[in-house]
Write a protein that binds this ligand. Sequence first.
Ligand SMILES: Cc1cc2nc3c(=O)[nH]c(=O)nc-3n(C[C@H](O)[C@H](O)[C@H](O)COP(=O)(O)OP(=O)(O)OC[C@H]3O[C@@H](n4cnc5c(N)ncnc54)[C@H](O)[C@@H]3O)c2cc1C
Length: 379
Amino acid sequence: MGKRILVLGSGVAGSIVSNQIVRKIFKELQTGDVSITVLGTTDTHCYQPGWLYLPFDLVRNEELKRSERTILDPLINFIIDSAKLIDVKANKVTGVSGKIYEYDVLVIATGSVPRPDLIPGLSEAGHWFHTEEGALKLQAALREFTGGKIVIAMGVPHKCPVAPIEVTLMLDDYLRKKGIREKTDIFYTYPVGAVHTIPAVAKWAVPVFEERGIRYETFFNMKEVDVSKKMLSSLEGSSVEFDLLISIPPHRGASVITESGLGEGGWIPTNKQTLQMEGYKNVFVVGDTTNLPISKAGSTAHFSADIAVENIISVVRGGEATHLYDGKVFCFIETGKSQATYISFNYSNPPVPPPPTTTVHWMKLSYNRLYWLTARGIL
Ligand SMILES: Cc1cc2nc3c(=O)[nH]c(=O)nc-3n(C[C@H](O)[C@H](O)[C@H](O)COP(=O)(O)OP(=O)(O)OC[C@H]3O[C@@H](n4cnc5c(N)ncnc54)[C@H](O)[C@@H]3O)c2cc1C
């Protein structure tokens, strides 16, 4: 029997890893010396960064989805059967169907999800855009909005580090175009003692907020929402009323991770360079579900997948994981007014965003289309 690679999750990380492996060891897959099986929850692959544009009517929802089967190389065995239990000691995974999948090398890429239920009242009174359903609900609320107070609040950790700044500046733009900015108070809150956790981004964002009349409060960690009073209070003791609450709920890893005892909060202890699960040479962790000290972002999934693939192939062939991830991340930042900037950084070099330009905005919009090539392991 050939070596069996089992990949859990068919989002960004799972798709890139699987497709890239096929491209690199095509012959072994054709001869059956190696096989790849991907377990997913659904055939629908969503381009999640597109959900940022959905509330502002800047994209159609249908443009953000593809069939996963068409993204994955035909040599990959794609099965819709969510992993229910991962047993890394016995090298096997049980699906919700009850079927058992044995492996030689396992790749865990089950991502992370927003958990509004962790903040009392947030599910009932808040909005968010980190799910398809949430982004559509926020789109409907904004279409009806005629003015008032909009509060923006984040839970930690969350995916896409720059989304708080982007949604705020895009909201400002949207309200101006709609002609109701004068009638709207935008109040931005952030959990640490600055408007963003990356110092260079915070330094750049403060004068932009001031120029656009966006008020802000730092050291604001969401505690609870009083649904009837429409009031959000913080762990630090302050509270703020709102007409519309736009939040990024705190995120957690997939439930299968905690239920299998692989990591608290769904975050798996991962070697930050080789991307192997701590203590297991034949288990790799890619994407949001790692506990790496770096942003949870699609680009993190992409750059770390490049390294993981080399190491997976090496381990499949009986070798060692010798390729090392340096923590590379690249994120565009939409700044409104048809402009954007970007940050590029790694474990040891913090980012410095250059001044926003229209060119970078168009590069971001182009990437939104090119993403499907990334998922196919081509770009
Ligand atoms: C609004 C928004 C804007 C963003 N903007 C950017 C951006 O500009 N730049 C950027 O780099 N990143 C951005 N991101 C973040 C990026 O989308 C994520 O970091 C990325 O999708 C993580 O990839 P992943 O493969 O780890 O997880 P996902 O892409 O979420 O994939 C995980 C997959 O695992 C599946 N799964 C879960 N549990 C199981 C199970 N038990 N069995 C089998 N499968 C399972 C899920 O269904 C899912 O398909 C944004 C995200 C959002 C929501």
